[in-house]
Design a binder for this molecule. Structure first.
Ligand SMILES: *[C@@H]1O[C@H](CO)[C@@H](O)[C@H](O)[C@H]1NC(C)=O
Ligand SMILES: *[C@@H]1O[C@H](CO)[C@@H](O)[C@H](O)[C@H]1NC(C)=O
Ligand SMILES: *[C@@H]1O[C@H](CO)[C@@H](O)[C@H](O)[C@H]1NC(C)=O
Ligand SMILES: *[C@@H]1O[C@H](CO)[C@@H](O)[C@H](O)[C@H]1NC(C)=O
Ligand SMILES: *[C@@H]1O[C@H](CO)[C@@H](O)[C@H](O)[C@H]1NC(C)=O
Ligand SMILES: *[C@@H]1O[C@H](CO)[C@@H](O)[C@H](O)[C@H]1NC(C)=O
Ligand SMILES: *[C@@H]1O[C@H](CO)[C@@H](O)[C@H](O)[C@H]1NC(C)=O
Ligand SMILES: *[C@@H]1O[C@H](CO)[C@@H](O)[C@H](O)[C@H]1NC(C)=O
Ligand SMILES: *[C@@H]1O[C@H](CO)[C@@H](O)[C@H](O)[C@H]1NC(C)=O
Length: 420
C-alpha cells in the first residue's frame, strides 16, 4: 500500500517544529503499537460491542469498546463494528484509531467535545465503512495534524468537510497530512456526478488546506485531475496519485507547488507528457517524479518527452520507462529512442489502409465497366435517341397541324362546309 512509505515531515521552517515533534512522537507510537495492541486486545476481547457508550464518563476512563493508554496518549477502537464515534473519548487522547468499524456517516462536529479534544493530532478512520462526511466533521480539533480516511466508500464528501462550517472565514485547517487512498465507492462509474470533482471541491474550499504537506489520493480511479485541484494547496511536499487512471496531465498545473518533493504517478494511464508539464516539473527546485508503469505511446508526440528525459534529473528510475504503443515499439526503453524512431503513422492502421485501397480499386473498376458498356452500346443508344426524337417530332407535328386547322377560319369554314 502507498501508505506504507515514509510519513515524517520533511525539512521545513521553524514554525513547524512543534508539529514535527508531534509527528515524530506519533511515528514512535505507531512503530511500537504492535506490542501495545497485542497486550491489550486480549484484555478487552470480551467487552460488549452493543455497549457503545452514550453515557458520559469520568475523565481518565476509557470508552467501553476501546483500549486506552494514557502514557502513550493513544486510544484504539479497532475492528469493533462501532456505528458512531464514542462520545466519551478521554481528553488526553493524541492518537485515535477508529479503524475497521461501521460508522456510515461522520456528522458535523463528530469530534467536537466539551472540553475539546485539544491534543488530538492523529486520527485514523481507515476502513470504517464511512459513506458520508458532513460539513465540518473535523471541527473543534485544533491540533489535528494527520487524518487518514483511506478505504472508506465515500459517496458524499461535503465540500467543506475539512474547512469547517464557517467556510467564509478562511481559518486555516491545522491538517498537515491528509490520506485519502482508495476512497472511491463501489460502482462509482454508474454514478452521475464526478468523483474527481467532489474530492477536488473539498480540497479547495476556503483555502483551509494551504498548510497541507502531504496528500495521498492513490487507488481512486481518477480519470483526470480537475483543473484547479492543486492551486489551493501551495504547501504540498508530497503528492501521491499512484494507481489511478490518469490519461493526461494537460489541464493541471504544478507551477506553484514550489515545495513539492515527491510526485507519485506510477500505475496510471499516462500516454505522454507535453512541453508545458515538462517545463513546470523542471522548474520545481526539489521535486522527484515517479512515472513507472504507464502505457507510454512512442510516436512523434513523444519526441519532446524523450529529449527531456535524456537530460533531466527529475525523474527517478527513468531508465525503467518503456513504450506500450504502438505495437512495433512495445517494450522499447524510452531513454534509448532516437527521434528517427518516433514517427506518426497515418491515422489508419495498415490493415485498414489496404482494405480502403482495395475498395477504391473495386469502385474504379465498376465505373470503368459502366463507361465501357455505354461505349459499346453507342449505336444502340444513338438509335434509341433518334427514335425518341422522331416520336417527339411526330407528336409535336400532330399538335401543330391541329392547331393550325383550328386557328384558320377559312379552314374552319371549309371543314364545316365539308361536313354538310
Ligand atoms: C461485526 O459485524 C460482522 C457482521 O455484522 C460480524 O461478522 C463480526 O463478527 C462483527 N465483529 C465484532 C467484533 O463484533
Ligand atoms: C453496519 O451498520 C448498518 C446499520 O447502521 C448495518 O445495516 C450493517 O449491516 C452494518 N454492517 C456491518 C458489516 O456490520
Ligand atoms: C491507519 O490504520 C490502517 C489500518 O490499521 C493502517 O494501515 C494505516 O497505515 C494507518 N494510517 C496511518 C497514517 O498510520
Ligand atoms: C463562525 O465564525 C464566527 C466568527 O468567527 C463565529 O461567531 C460563529 O459562531 C462561527 N459559526 C460557527 C457555526 O462555527
Ligand atoms: C445527472 O445529472 C444531471 C445534472 O447534473 C441531471 O439533470 C440528471 O437528471 C442526472 N441524471 C441521472 C440519471 O441522475
Ligand atoms: C489499485 O486500485 C484498485 C482500485 O482502486 C484497487 O482495487 C487495487 O487494490 C489497487 N492496487 C494497489 C496495488 O494498490
Ligand atoms: C500561482 O501563484 C500566483 C501568485 O502566487 C497566482 O497569481 C497564480 O494564479 C498561481 N497560478 C496557478 C496556476 O495556481
Ligand atoms: C517543446 O520544447 C522544445 C524545446 O524547448 C521545442 O524545441 C519544441 O518544439 C517544443 N515542442 C512543441 C510541441 O511545442
Ligand atoms: C540512435 O542513434 C545513435 C547515433 O545517432 C546510434 O548510435 C544508436 O544506435 C541509435 N539508437 C537506436 C536505438 O537506434
Amino acid at each position: 500500500m502507498p501508505g506504507g512509505c515514509f510519513r515524517g515531515p520533511a525539512a521545513g521552517d521553524g514554525r513547524l517544529r512543534l508539529a514535527r515533534l508531534a509527528l515524530v512522537f506519533l511515528g514512535w507510537v505507531s512503530s511500537s503499537s504492535p506490542t501495545f495492541s497485542a497486550s491489550s486486545s486480549t484484555s478487552s476481547a470480551s467487552s460488549s460491542v452493543s455497549a457503545v457508550s452514550a453515557q458520559p464518563m469520568l475523565p481518565g476512563q476509557c470508552p467501553l469498546p476501546c483500549e486506552c493508554s494514557e502514557a502513550a496518549r493513544t486510544v484504539k477502537c479497532v475492528n469493533r463494528n462501532l456505528t458512531e464515534v464514542p462520545v466519551d473519548l478521554p481528553p488526553y487522547v493524541r492518537n485515535l484509531f477508529l479503524t475497521g468499524n461501521n460508522l456510515s456517516v461522520l456528522p458535523t462536529g463528530a469530534f467536537a467535545r466539551q472540553p475539546p479534544l485539544a491534543e488530538l493530532a492523529a486520527l485514523n478512520l481507515s476502513g470504517s465503512g464511512i459513506m458520508k462526511v458532513d460539513a465540518g466533521a473535523f471541527e473543534h480539533l485544533p491540533s489535528l495534524r494527520q487524518l487518514d480516511l483511506s478505504h472508506n466508500p465515500l459517496e458524499v464528501l461535503s465540500p467543506i468537510a475539512f474547512s469547517g462550517t464557517n467556510a467564509s472565514t478562511s481559518d486555516p485547517s491545522p491538517l498537515m497530512e491528509l490520506i485519502l487512498n482508495h476512497i472511491v465507492p463501489l460502482g462509482d462509474e454508474k454514478n452521475n456526478r464526478s468523483f474527481e470533482g467532489m474530492v477536488a471541491a473539498a480540497l479547495q474550499a476556503g483555502q483551509a488546506l494551504r498548510g497541507l504537506h502531504r496528500l495521498e489520493l492513490a487507488s481512486n480511479h481518477f480519470l483526470y485531475l480537475p483543473r484547479d485541484v492543486l492551486t489551493r494547496l501551495p504547501g504540498l511536499r508530497h503528492l501521491d496519485l499512484r494507481n489511478n487512471s490518469l490519461v493526461s496531465l494537460i489541464y493541471v498545473s504544478f507551477r506553484n507547488l514550489t515545495h513539492l518533493e515527491s510526485l507519485h504517478l506510477e500505475d496510471n494511464a499516462l500516454k505522454v507528457l507535453h512541453n508545458r508539464t515538462l517545463a513546470e516539473l523542471q522548474s520545481l527546485p526539489h521535486v522527484r517524479v515517479f512515472l513507472d508503469n504507464n502505457p507510454w505511446v512512442c510516436d512523434c508526440h513523444m519526441t519532446d518527452m524523450v529529449t527531456w528525459l535524456k537530460e533531466t534529473e527529475v525523474v527517478l528510475g527513468k531508465a525503467r520507462l518503456t513504450c506500450a504503443f504502438p505495437e512495433k515499439m512495445r517494450d522499447r526503453v524510452l531513454l534509448q529512442l532516437n527521434s528517427s524512431d518516433l514517427n506518426c503513422d497515418p491515422i489508419l492502421p495498415q490493415s485498414l489502409q489496404t482494405s480502403y485501397v482495395f475498395l477504391g480499386i473495386v469502385l474504379a473498376l465498376i465505373g470503368a465497366i459502366f463507361l465501357l458498356v455505354l461505349y459499346l452500346n453507342r449505336k444502340g443508344i444513338k438509335k434509341w435517341m433518334h427514335n425518341i426524337r422522331d416520336a417527339c417530332r411526330d407528336h409535336m407535328e400532330g399538335y401543330h397541324y391541329r392547331y393550325e386547322i383550328n386557328a384558320d377560319p377559312r379552314l374552319t369554314n371549309l371543314s364545316s362546309n365539308s361536313d354538310v
